[in-house]
Design a protein around this ligand. Structure first.
Ligand code: HH2
Length: 293
């Protein structure tokens, strides 16, 4: 009897597909935050002038981010929102200024289909929607443009979401919500591998809810979609003693990001790109071994 030959077929790596290519999820990536707003909770007003925002976008790309996330409306707790016209007026010059000069895909952090549609026309590759594609137009236009999406969980809306949010079991509820929304997105024509999911740390959650979600991130990762997590500078870090002032929260943000990576996060949304990229390199070395990087 000739020996049986077992052919070893390399397992194809997981990817997050988007409008202009794909991100190979063989390590934890960083999504650099650029808020072109006067009132974002940690960097409001710093990048409202287009020149400052464009400069920061170039830095974010140079510092090793895999995605640039551009937002023109704050969704911090208590914020009331701006019109689509105002949001577009803020981000349009920035998109024009960076779309052909940086080589990382651009995601657009918006809950408004009109803004997302224009941003895709300008060259954005991903829609990051904190409402989890609650407006069916959003899913339709992402499908048509073959854009990547981030489906995030939020309880309520930014104006009221931190008023005593309650869950029977936050980890199960958020996981089930994300699974349902991802299915709906696929039914609307978005490819499975284009749909990333995000537990929405700080969006209608108490400190304990946030901690439960981070501890149970592996349950969300088990759904198989790319997992995005945003912990950067958020107030739960201050509540844990990780720095009252915004500028003191770097170590706590990196600690939370590292633990999220260990529990299955594929993409960390962060303001401090250099430090988070370095931390993820080391975390990935420890988690996966140097040979697998
Ligand atoms: N957090 C914020 C905004 N967008 N998107 C995703 N996918 N995940 C997040 O955790 C997330 C997000 C809030 O942070 P920031 O953009 O810095 O503040 P603001 O909403 O005040 O502009």
């Amino acid at each position: 009897m000739p020996p049986t030959i077992t052919r070893i077929v390399p397992k194809s790596p997981r990817v997050w597909r988007h409008r202009s290519g794909e991100i190979v999820l063989d390590r934890t990536h960083v999504m650099g935050v650029l808020n072109v707003t006067p009132d974002s909770f940690s960097d409001g007003g710093r990048y409202l002038a287009p020149e400052a925002a464009i400069q920061r976008a170039l830095e974010i790309a140079q510092q090793g981010a895999s995605i640039l996330d551009v937002g023109g409306e704050s969704t911090r707790p208590g914020s009331v929102g701006v019109s689509a016209e105002e949001e577009w007026r803020r981000i349009d010059p920035v998109l024009r200024g960076v779309v052909h000069t940086i080589d990382v895909p651009i995601s657009i952090d918006t809950r408004k289909p009109d803004v997302a549609e224009k941003a895709l026309e300008r060259g954005a590759a991903i829609i990051n929607d904190v409402t989890g594609l609650s407006d069916p137009r959003m899913a339709r236009l992402a499908a048509k443009a073959r854009a990547g999406v981030v489906v995030m969980h939020m309880r309520g809306d930014p104006a009221t979401m931190q008023k005593a949010p309650q869950y029977a079991n936050v980890a199960d509820e958020v996981r089930d919500f994300l699974a349902d929304r991802a299915k709906e997105a696929m039914a609307a024509g978005i490819e499975r591998e284009a749909i990333a999911i995000d537990p929405g740390i700080g969006f209608g959650k108490t400190v304990d809810h946030n901690l439960d979600l981070l501890r149970n991130l592996d349950g969300i990762a088990a759904l198989g979609h790319p997992v995005v997590v945003g912990v950067s500078r958020k107030s739960f870090i201050a509540h844990l003693g990780g720095g009252e002032r915004m500028e003191d929260r770097l170590a706590g943000s990196v600690a939370a990001a590292t633990l999220a990576a260990a529990r299955g996060a594929d993409v960390i949304r962060a303001h401090d790109v250099t430090e988070t990229v370095r931390a993820m390199r080391v975390a990935n070395g420890v988690l996966r071994g140097r040979a697998n990087l």
